[in-house]
Design a protein. Structure first.
Ligand SMILES: NC(=O)c1ccc[n+]([C@@H]2O[C@H](COP(=O)([O-])OP(=O)(O)OC[C@H]3O[C@@H](n4cnc5c(N)ncnc54)[C@H](OP(=O)(O)O)[C@@H]3O)[C@@H](O)[C@H]2O)c1
Length: 259
């Protein structure tokens, strides 16, 4: 399928590994030039080289913390007029809420709510003026469904979701959309770290813990970053201009609801 976005400029935050990388690859496959990001410059360069080689698009690397003013400035300097913005960042650590300090709670809100809002503030008017914009936020199934130890993820991301519900509508007539994708359980470094943590807590092996988690998912497997990226690329496509303010759960059926 031709997504109709060849030559579009996309900023994909936190995209050297995992779900962000999946989005970057799928957007590159659709012909977008990219700004990709991560803190580890070496890993970022590896991902950039792979994308250039596979898809022949322009890739600019911004090695920076997306949560900082400098990091955001560098991203926007690399693509002052982006057509596409994929908001992503590290999620909060898996932790009993009693153990979260005030600073840790504030950090979670800054990283998973304030940072994407700041980037949207910077790009949305230009998108509206130019008559095309696609914004996708990687949030979490934890917005819908409590996950023990990820209460900060639920809280900060539910805040972002509610905030953006109002922001999305006034720009819809300018062909600017804002949607979120809510991952359930995807095979990335982050979920592997969570599985390791859970295994240690329960006193079981990592394999057993992974098996238990897969058993709960109707699809009986973890999702892949590649399929996550394809969903993101579709929401960023020329064909998705009528989809806005939505929260797409990608979870292999894990959230048990009819609606
Ligand atoms: N995987 C899942 O099943 C799942 C489920 C629900 C929600 N999520 C959420 O989805 C998001 C992505 O998860 P993932 O599984 O893809 O994680 P991941 O595999 O750990 O990858 C995280 C990516 O973000 C980059 N990153 C982290 N902190 C950054 C920062 N401050 N500034 C810039 N880049 C940064 C990392 O590179 P550097 O470390 O080099 O910076 C890496 O490229 C997270 O917010 C996570 O909570 C994931």
């Amino acid at each position: 399928m031709d997504y109709g976005i060849k030559g579009r400029k996309a900023i994909v935050c936190a995209s050297s590994r995992g779900l962000g990388r999946g989005c970057a690859l799928a957007l590159a496959e659709a012909g977008c030039d990219l700004v990709i990001n991560g803190r580890d410059a070496e890993k970022l360069a590896e991902t950039a080289a792979e994308i250039r080689e596979r898809f022949g698009v322009e890739v600019t690397e911004v090695a920076a913390d997306v949560g900082t003013a400098n990091g955001q400035r560098a991203l926007l300097e690399a693509a002052p007029q982006p057509d596409i913005l994929v908001n992503n960042n590290a999620g909060p650590p898996l932790r009993d809420f009693r153990e979260l300090s005030r600073d840790a709670i504030v950090d979670g809100v800054l990283n998973n709510m304030v940072t994407p809002i700041e980037l949207i503030q910077a790009v949305i008017d230009g998108m509206a003026e130019r008559g095309f914009g696609r914004i996708v936020n990687i949030t979490s199934l934890s917005v819908y469904m409590p996950i023990t130890g990820l209460d900060l993820s639920s809280g900060a991301r539910a805040g972002l979701t509610a905030f953006l519900a109002g922001v999305a509508r006034p720009v819809a007539h300018r062909n600017v959309t804002i949607n979120s994708i809510l991952p359930g359980k995807f095979d990335t470094d982050r979920i592997r770290a969570n599985i390791e943590h859970g295994a240690k807590q329960a006193g079981i092996s990592i394999e057993e813990r992974a098996r238990q988690q897969i058993e709960e998912i109707p699809a009986k497997r973890f999702g892949t970053a590649e399929e996550f990226g394809q969903a993101c690329a579709f929401l960023c496509s020329a064909h998705a201009g009528y989809i806005t303010g939505q929260n797409l759960r990608l979870d292999g059926g894990l959230f048990p609801a009819a609606f």
